[in-house]
Design a protein. Structure first.
Length: 133
């Protein structure tokens, strides 16, 4: 997968629920496995640098401005997203998601978003399911 400024996969593609992907751009599609190419796609709005803190020349920011697409799916309808990314919140809401906005100001400095700094989630349900066939 083409990485413009980092190797953080969650700033390229993120499954939101079975059948729906959050993508950085249409260019990502050509690198997806065939079954994922059929899923619905939501594209992240172009990040606005004004939505991020200014850092000095000696501050190490390894993560791209697309870090806000690193949301956490709570269930098939609900996601936790950064309140500092209002255009992304509106995009997700326009696709039927309930967004729980949480402030995460220094996500580039901490090199991660909500999906990254959570442990694996055990969900109630009928067991493993195949979403790709």
């Amino acid at each position: 997968m083409r990485s413009l400024d980092n190797n953080h996969i969650d700033t390229q593609v993120l499954p939101l629920r079975p059948g729906t992907l959050l993508l950085r751009s249409p260019h990502v599609i050509e690198h997806l496995p065939e079954p994922l190419k059929r899923w619905d796609k939501i594209y992240v709005p172009e990040p606005d640098p004004a939505e991020f803190p200014d850092y000095g020349p000696d501050d190490l920011t390894l993560i791209s401005l697309y870090i806000d697409m690193n949301v956490l799916s709570v269930d098939e309808r609900t996601v936790i997203a950064n309140s500092q990314a209002p255009r992304l919140v509106k995009t997700l809401e326009s696709h039927g998601f309930t967004v729980i906005p949480v402030r995460h100001r220094h996500r580039r400095l901490f090199s991660g978003g909500f999906h990254c700094f959570t442990l694996d989630t055990v969900r109630d349900g009928s067991g493993p399911q195949d979403y790709l066939s």
